[in-house]
Ligand binder design. Sequence first.
Ligand SMILES: [Zn+2]
Length: 231
Amino acid sequence: MKKIKREKSLYDQVARFAGSSFNCFAVKQQVGTRHGRIDVVGLREVHSDYFSAPEIIGIEVKEEYSTYLSSLGQAFAYSVYAHQCYLAVRKRHSNAFTPDERRLAAKLGIGLIELKSRSCTLVQSSRLFEPEPRYVAHLLRKMGYFQCALCGGTYRHEDITYASNFAIDLTDNPKYKGNLRKAIAKRRNLNFYLFQLYNERKAEDRYYVYDRRFMCKDCVSLFASLTGKEK
Ligand SMILES: [Zn+2]
């Protein structure tokens, strides 16, 4: 119990560091996924004139006495979800990562963060990993964000209009066509379901369709001319 409490205060320290040093616009602690929990997750966006995509940083936080290789392994496992993986270790007094520890981390591509009582120092950077896009999408949702299916930008999961319901085909029900129009007029983000895709690749017999995608309000507004209410 005591150990958990101590780690929690370390999480706070690391979360602040991730926000400022890694330019993350969202940082969350103890993010649970289907396969495990990530101590600290930072979210930022890589952005250029022609491209936007989310970038996730996963950080494993440990006390100094933890077994080093196991800790490195945990940080490495985050690469399923994260583009960069770090191991942050609380170092007491004048202790620091040894050359051997730095070398092992470099071999796996894991970045290292040294935690002292009053400071957080980036010792070496993580390499860029290639997480599976479907896991990235799940983690984004856990963080309260979504990636726009059209522009690729990352947006907060709020002001959402549902263009179709779980079990009702958009093409059959005028009510949900109306919701698309509403999203355009009220400048809201859009959640839509992939009935066509699901029906074509039906692998199991289920009534509801959970395959959903999102579109940001800017991209939704591109369809304004189709509603006859373009400005
Ligand atoms: Zn968009």
